[in-house]
Ligand binder design. Sequence first.
Ligand SMILES: [Zn+2]
Length: 467
Amino acid sequence: MNFVNIWGATTLIVCLAVGVASPAIAQVDHDEDREFISRLFEQALTQRQSYIWLRDLCLEIGPRLSGSSNAAKSIEWVKYISDTSGFDHVFLQDVKVPHWERGEAEQAVLTDSKGNELELSVLAIGGSIATPPGGITGQVLEVGSLQEVNRLTKEKVEGKILFYNPPFDQSNIMTGASYGANVGTRSRGAVTAAEKGAIASIIRSVTSADDDYPHTGTGSYADGVPKIPAAALGVQSADRLSEVIAKDPEATLRLTMNCQWFEDAPSHNVVAEMRGSEYPDQIIVVGGHLDSWDVGHGAHDDGAGCMHALGALKLLKELGINPKRTIRAVMFINEENGTRGGHRYAELAVENEEKHLIAIESDAGGFTPRGFGVTSSDEQRKKLEGWLPLFPRNTISYFSRGGGGVDIGPLHRATGTPMMGLSIDSQRMFDLHHSARDVFEEVHPRELELGTASLAAIIYLLDKYGL
Ligand SMILES: [Zn+2]
């Protein structure tokens, strides 16, 4: 996930106040809606369908990097569970995706000027080139930001391994803001370092945790700039490295990485649909991304979001909803390192002249849902706020301005479709995100199912009342 929602508690109070006073509430008798929504929550919490599916996805298949055989298996599997859930139409959208593999495990060994060795915890950044066989060795130069590198002379950087070591800002309640502040260093660090003649680029993992699991994520190269290996260190390793080179600038680091690029691979988005009975041409789309990084299980990022979307459709079906509008769950492919699935979905929507009422994404993790971030007109957002009292207490409590998702962004930009993203309690997300800790065991069934029910509830209201 890349989307950042920075709205806080003040917004929440304002939104609640608006919600209570909204004309949408005054005009319609919502008792029936309130009752139906509470049944959605009860059913989700007791049946745990999303959680059961997520267990299969994580434990039977595992991580699903684009182009991998696991990604192909997960597409087949999600199509199968969709086919057997009784939806009206299940189909695949073909798309070619990048195919990069990490290869044999990376190594980073720090050697001080006395010859003492220390092994650091490291992961290649997605898309990185390999080091030459046997690794690349150099002295390490620590910096805090891309801007700092821009101010350095070439002589200072040339032949060195550049080490970006900005701390994660722990002061934000919405941790996505802290992630967003450092993620540019991860994606552009290698280019900025190579422009000054560095031989490799390493970063302190962008994480709120204080452990030694390195966190990967996508990196980039630029035309005309030499490609250099790029990697992330666990934060404890980053701290050790910083301490050692401060005292002993002659210390060297040997970085060994075995990554490989392959030809683009054929892949698919998976789409499950319930057809609208009155306005079949108005589509409400809800999705997550089926691909993940290649470490951990991709449980929170974004197995949870996919199972939220599919689980929401299944809940509505089981509780007897015959939608007026067409409701689609989309499991997008390739969010993490290319967004090709999201672009393909938008391209086909334009080609087929489809009309989307709204696009919704869950890509913030399977933690307790708190609200939605919405990109729409103010009137539309006010209408959504009018529904706040229909959600059970301690679930959805705001519709904040601005939000959506990486996969639905292309549809929004191509067609102007309003979009929104499910916001969750983000305290633990960036402890796990893109690391070997993002495993099924870190997902709590009740928290996950509250997200599924929240999505089902908002889809139910959007289908019934439009936007
Ligand atoms: Zn994600």
